[in-house]
Structures are given as structure tokens and as C-alpha cells.
Design a binder for this molecule. Structure first.
Ligand code: SF4
Length: 218
């Protein structure tokens, strides 16, 4: 089974509890205004064999305290997603959280096929004009669904938790070409602030943000 893959990273510390393995799908047709991940919108030019991927990252899987799958839009590749979570659950007992920009009603059949391999889903599109007050969510229309006892145990504290400064953290990574990318839920103006700071010091910041005043990454 193959998937369109954007990237994989370990550890991710800002998209759920513990040191997590992050897997990002490539391809998203939703085009939410304010998305900062427009690099994940096009379909993957090359597909990745999921078994080969799991073999490459097997050491991270055994260290991870949880797994977060995001994108892109993972449910645009439902068969690959189902296979991926099935194989991951064979390799590790830790929780699996999936972010989707689709309404839960639209993915519920796919979720039922994947049960019980998915513990938590955060659904609904990012809406830039909504308030942003809940942890792990870019806008307050997004819902957290606790699907298993493990999901309940790991995420119940987050379900209605309000964001405070302690939760305003981002993971920052550099790839081999020197490109920087972030994981986590930024405040609306975080990237504008960073851009202004860098420009004031004579640097340029090019982002993959959809052209609006505010940006979001999940
Ligand atoms: S925020 Fe997520 S769902 Fe929305 S366009 Fe960006 S990648 Fe797609």
C-alpha cells in the first residue's frame, strides 16, 4: 500500500501529549483561508510505500509516546490511512491522533472502518475568523472526538482545555536544505511577528502561508 507523504518527524511535542511521532500526508483540496501549509496542498508527485516507511522509522516508533497524523488531508487517502494506522497499532500500543479538515459526518464511515485503530480525531476545517481558545485547535469550530478508552485517558484533559501561554509552543525543524518548518498550533499573529522581526534585521522570510494576514499550522 502506498501513500502521498509530506514528511515525518520525531519528536513532535506540540500536537498531543508526550514525545510524538508526526506523520504528515501530502495533498489537501480544502484550501482553508489562512493555512500556513500550502506546500501540502498539491497531490504527491511520488508515492511512498508504507511498509518501507515504517521500516525506516521503526526506531522512532518504539520511542514515541503517541502518534499524530496530519497533513495535508489524511482522509483524502482513506485506504492508505486505514492501512497506516492498522500497521502502526501492530507495532506500538501508544495513542494515535488524526487531524482532519473535513467535517466528522463526512469521514465517519472511514473512521468506522479504521476502528479501533484511531484513538482521537480533531475534525473540521480551520476557519480564520473563528476564535482560537482551545488547546490543540487552530479555531474553535474544530472538535475533538475521543474514540477509544485510550483516547479518553490521554486526551480528556485537553478536550475543553483553554489555551494559555504554556500551550503557545511550536516545534521548529530544519531540513537538509536549510528550510525551516514548524509543527504545533501557532497564535494567529505568530508568523507575522516573526516575519516583522526578521525583516527589521535585514532578513527575508518566505512562508508557505496562504496569502492572508494570519496563518495556521496543524
Ligand atoms: S489547514 Fe489543513 S485542512 Fe485546511 S487547507 Fe491547510 S492543510 Fe488543508
Amino acid at each position: 500500500m502506498e501513500m502521498g507523504l509530506s514528511r515525518v518527524h520525531f519528536p513532535v511535542t506540540t500536537l498531543g501529549p508526550g514525545q510524538r511521532l508526526g506523520i504528515w500526508f501530502q495533498g489537501c483540496h480544502l484550501q482553508c483561508q489562512g493555512c500556513i501549509s500550502t506546500d501540502t496542498w498539491p497531490k504527491a508527485k511520488h508515492l511512498t510505500d508504507i511498509d518501507a516507511l515504517l521500516d525506516v522509522i521503526k526506531d522512532w516508533i518504539h520511542l514515541a509516546e503517541g502518534i499524530t497524523i496530519s497533513g495535508g488531508e489524511p482522509f483524502e487517502q482513506p485506504q492508505a490511512l486505514a492501512y497506516l494506522v492498522h500497521q502502526l497499532k501492530r507495532l506500538t500500543p501508544v495513542d494515535i491522533l488524526i487531524y482532519t479538515g473535513l467535517p466528522f459526518a463526512k469521514i465517519v464511515n472511514d473512521v468506522n472502518v479504521m476502528a479501533p485503530n484511531v484513538d482521537v480525531i480533531i475534525s473540521e476545517p480551520f476557519v480564520i475568523n473563528e476564535a482560537q481558545t482551545f488547546t490543540l485547535r487552530g479555531s474553535d469550530n474544530q472538535n475533538m472526538h475521543l474514540l477509544t478508552p485510550l483516547g479518553q485517558a490521554r486526551f480528556a484533559d485537553y478536550q475543553y482545555q483553554r489555551m494559555d501561554d504554556q500551550h503557545h509552543a511550536l516545534d521548529m525543524m530544519f531540513d537538509e536544505k536549510g528550510v525551516i518548518w514548524f509543527a504545533g498550533i501557532p497564535k494567529r499573529d505568530d508568523f507575522l511577528t516573526l516575519q516583522t522581526l526578521l525583516e527589521n534585521q535585514g532578513h527575508q522570510l518566505k512562508t508557505t502561508a496562504h496569502k492572508t494576514k494570519q496563518h495556521k499550522r496543524r
